[in-house]
Design a protein around this ligand. Structure first.
Ligand SMILES: Cc1cc2nc3c(=O)[nH]c(=O)nc-3n(C[C@H](O)[C@H](O)[C@H](O)COP(=O)(O)O)c2cc1C
Length: 371
């Protein structure tokens, strides 16, 4: 309430990227010490879901912070203290890069949406690892890697491998981002031949490193675009399954601009980029349901796109997501969003008579896939 009535109107007067920088600094200071973080997390530490075991990891709750908010791993511990069950940092690239020129982030309040074309602005994989060594969150940590802009598509595998080797020792899971619309041609890596080559090289490196360190291979996840056809999605599931991928994150932002409430000239003035938030919700839910159908539960699906409330998260779980993530919801709902969604979800599960969250995963997949 305080956020929506007072803080959000003030923050929304600032350019979006300035507000983001301010939020990172404020979080860093306000929850800068272990004592303050413990005080903050006291409010969120109720165990509402029992143990959630996914790809060999235990999650305290199913609501994660999506990639892009904390690209350089600067506030992962602070975000965990706000009640997120897992934090995905990045996207990082092997070569540090400034990203696209500003402005590159836009708000569409009438649609509860954002458009961004940041283009993987980040300090690089090595710097991320340096920050996280002393700032590791006390929850599951995912690290999302992408292709450096300066590297040609043909050389993408070597570039991903270089990042993978740097981040693997610190990551609980690694996400292979092949779906951002803001790096030229990146989404070409979703094609069967390219994806298959990329994943098999990454898994070889993964197995080798595991053998050397007497540690299990780290779970690999693939993040997909919401703009894929059913045929393309089918192929990605097939390739991912054969490569031993642990899960699919559905979805990244969309390049579509259909059915928006914001006047068309205002949308056009934002220019190119990925649209996130409420307009993405159903598109992403439908894809999750299709993935549930295609994988028949053999791979975990992490649902992301337009989650603002417990009802939105519940819809993703019913479609087949066994974990969810959000980014835009945090901008519109504020720091309490993970706590509110977790409490609401526990209530919905109880009210609907499911013995556990796991029993609800995919319960409406058929209906939602066809919607
Ligand atoms: C400003 C912004 C930056 C993002 N950067 C990344 C990124 O670096 N890597 C990535 O995989 N996804 C990135 N995303 C996509 C989100 O992780 C998420 O998949 C998408 O926004 C849909 O979820 P949402 O509707 O809850 O925001 C970004 C999203 C936004 C809004």
């Amino acid at each position: 309430m305080l956020y929506r009535k007072i803080l959000r109107p003030l923050l929304f007067k600032l350019p979006p990227e300035t507000a983001h920088e301010m939020a990172l600094h404020t979080l860093s200071l306000a929850l800068g010490t272990e004592t303050l973080r413990r005080l903050a997390s006291k409010r969120f530490e109720r165990r509402l879901f029992g143990d959630l075991r996914r790809f060999g990891l235990n999650f305290a709750n199913p609501v994660g912070l999506a990639a892009g908010f904390d690209k350089n791993g600067l506030v992962a511990r602070q975000m965990a203290a706000l009640g997120f069950g897992f934090i995905e940092v990045g996207t990082v690239t092997h070569i540090p890069q400034p990203g696209n020129s500003q402005p590159r982030l836009f708000r569409l309040p009438l649609d509860r949406a954002l458009i961004n074309r940041q283009g993987f602005n980040n300090e690089g994989a090595a710097a991320l690892v340096e920050h996280l060594k002393s700032e590791r969150p006390g929850c599951v940590l995912g690290i999302n890697i992408g292709k450096s802009r300066a590297v040609e598509l043909e050389d993408a595998t070597g570039d991903y491998l270089a990042s993978f080797r740097v981040v693997r020792p610190l990551a609980d899971y690694v996400t292979i981002n092949v779906s951002s619309p803001n790096t030229p041609n990146l989404r070409e890596l979703q094609r069967a031949d390219r994806l298959s080559a990329l994943l098999s090289e990454l898994q070889s490196a993964n197995r080798e490193a595991a053998a050397e360190t007497a540690r299990a291979p780290v779970p690999l996840l693939v993040k997909v675009s919401p703009d894929l056809s059913t045929g393309e999605l089918e192929m990605i599931v097939d390739v991912s399954r054969r490569a031993g991928v642990s899960g699919i994150i559905a979805t990244n932002t969309t390049t579509s601009r259909t059915d928006l409430n914001t006047p068309a000239p205002q949308v056009a003035a934002c220019g190119e980029g990925g649209l996130s938030g409420a307009p993405l919700r159903l598109r992403s839910t439908r894809m999750i349901a299709q993935l549930r159908r295609l994988t028949r539960g053999s791979m975990e699906v992490i649902g992301v796109g337009g989650i603002f409330s417990a009802a939105d998260a519940w819809e993703k779980i019913c479609a087949g997501a066994s974990l969810v993530q959000l980014y835009t919801g945090l901008i519109y709902e504020g720091a309490g969003v993970a706590r509110d969604i977790n409490e609401g979800l526990a209530e919905i599960i109880h009210r609907q008579g499911f013995p556990s969250l796991d029993d609800a995963v995919g319960c409406r997949a058929e209906e939602l896939a066809a919607a």
